[in-house]
Design a protein around this ligand. Structure first.
Ligand code: SF4
Ligand code: SF4
Length: 133
């Protein structure tokens, strides 16, 4: 797929640089999506994330809940025939969204008490690593 104009698709270079993944190598085979354990909760499938990056449709990506649903389980990367690590791409998209927000993106006080009591400690620690700088 032909690369788009950098000025128009600034997100391309940012995500590529942060993730170290050349998403233009994706051939849209769908093997990543077929193996994703949290696919049913996503509004964009992993394969579609790559497609929208290739097409430069950054609004769809930045407003999607998929990067936040991704559990960074590495299943997609293990299945990808092009050796693309989608978990790193998802992380790069999250950083792109969070960085402009400044220091604290999530504080304990923002989590409803009933959820705090149910969440395993490991999930809490992981959440704060993911959503704070
Ligand atoms: S790393 Fe994320 S996108 Fe990839 S299979 Fe796991 S949950 Fe799905
Ligand atoms: S498995 Fe790899 S090549 Fe196939 S759609 Fe997913 S990212 Fe693209």
């Amino acid at each position: 797929m032909q690369k788009q104009n950098n000025a128009v698709n600034k997100l391309h270079s940012e995500i590529m640089e942060r993730s170290g993944q050349d998403f233009y190598n994706c051939i849209q085979c769908g093997k990543c999506t077929a193996g994703c354990p949290v696919l049913s909760a996503m509004d964009l499938h992993p394969r579609e994330v790559l497609l929208y990056l290739q097409l430069g449709q950054e609004e769809k990506l930045l407003s999607s809940k998929t990067p936040w649903i991704c559990a960074s389980c590495f299943t997609c990367g293990a299945r990808c025939i092009k050796n693309l690590d989608l978990s790193r791409i998802m992380e790069a998209i999250r950083v792109k969204i969070l960085r402009p927000r400044g220091a604290a993106c999530l504080s304990p006080g923002e989590i409803p008490k009933e959820q705090l009591e149910k969440l395993p400690q490991q999930a809490l620690v992981s959440g704060f690593r993911k959503y704070t700088r």
